[in-house]
Design a protein around this ligand. Structure first.
Ligand SMILES: [Zn+2]
Length: 323
């Protein structure tokens, strides 16, 4: 049992205490003030401080549900370390079911932010100062954007041995080694020497049950790998695949797209994976896989324009631990 206290937003929590916070997030043009909801679970035992962030893109609600379930499943009396959960970071986009803020700014391109910038920039700054800066490790939960759905996957710096160890413990269907994008939460976290994984799964404005289940079980396995909890669901029987290269198959013409593959399917280069027709069904053009690989994501809106991303293919290999 720890005796030291954990301080969050100027308030002191005892070991084994859970508390809810509402951080000022900014005002709407109407003057209405919105708040950033944070749940802090201060475990009875000593351990790392981990953040879980959802809905940085306001319409990506999969992470909100994953974090809600994880908060229900962990117990402050048996937890070692601290979980700082921010299920809805972009509170503005969440209420308007939008990826962006009301001024169309992307919160995930506004980090590390500034106390005197636009709304997105201030919100990013609040998150960095109050959450990121006090944590050791975190998982940022996302879903597909722009009418796309994603297979549950983790993105992160797999060259960092500890990040890789935790990602393998999470055991998602796929791990994608991905560079960080300047302005993103992940980029800022890395710059602050925090370890971070980005979870992707499902589509915006929907709960994809497969993605939610993979996210909840994987997060619990990651917390177990960090010695914060004693038990977690067993890893899936299918091995985790790893990818360093992904590519979109794009629409060779505009029209009505009919998908002929599913998330997680293995496809071969040149294989037919869909067809685009006109509304009357004539003049169809086959859509073919541009590489051997795994279907990582795909468009869900059948109306497509020339050049739209249709199917996201990952070139994969089985992930080997310890390499
Ligand atoms: Zn996102």
């Amino acid at each position: 049992m720890r005796t030291d206290r954990f301080t969050f937003a100027g308030e002191s929590l005892q070991a084994g205490e859970r508390a809810h916070f509402e951080l000022p997030a900014g005002r709407l043009p109407s003057g209405t003030e919105l708040h950033l909801p944070i749940e802090v679970v201060n475990g009875a035992g000593a351990g790392p401080t981990v953040w879980l962030s959802g809905a940085v893109h306001g319409d990506e609600v999969v992470g909100v549900e994953i974090i809600r379930q994880v908060l229900e499943l962990i117990d402050e009396r048996t937890l070692s370390g601290v979980v700082v959960a921010a299920p809805v970071v972009n509170v503005f986009g969440f209420v308007t079911e939008s990826r962006y803020l009301p001024d169309r700014r992307d919160l995930n391109r506004s980090f590390p932010g500034s106390a005197r910038g636009p709304l997105a920039s201030r919100l990013a700054r609040t998150f960095v100062d109050e959450v990121l800066s006090i944590c050791d490790f975190g998982i940022d939960f996302h879903a597909g954007s722009d009418d796309r759905t994603n297979l549950a996957q983790l993105r992160g710096d797999m060259e960092d041995a500890e990040t890789r160890r935790i990602a393998l413990a999470f055991a998602p269907p796929v791990i994608v080694h991905a560079k960080t994008i300047p302005g993103s939460l992940r980029h800022t976290a890395v710059k602050l020497n925090k370890r971070v994984l980005l979870f992707e799964g499902g589509e915006p404005r929907r709960f994809s049950l497969a993605a939610v289940d993979a996210g909840v079980a994987g997060t619990l396995r990651a917390l177990q790998a960090l010695s914060m909890i004693d038990s977690a669901p067993p890893a899936p029987l299918e091995p985790t695949l790893e990818s360093g290269k992904t590519r979109w198959v794009r629409a060779p013409r505009g029209g009505i797209f009919r998908l002929e593959c599913a998330l997680g399917d293995r496809v071969r280069k040149g294989q037919r994976i869909g067809i685009i027709t006109g509304p009357a069904g004539r003049g169809g053009e086959k859509v073919k896989a541009s590489a051997h690989g795994l279907v990582l994501g795909h468009a869900v809106n059948p109306l497509v324009h020339l050049g739209d991303g249709l199917v996201h293919i990952a070139e994969v290999r089985e992930a080997a631990s310890g390499s």
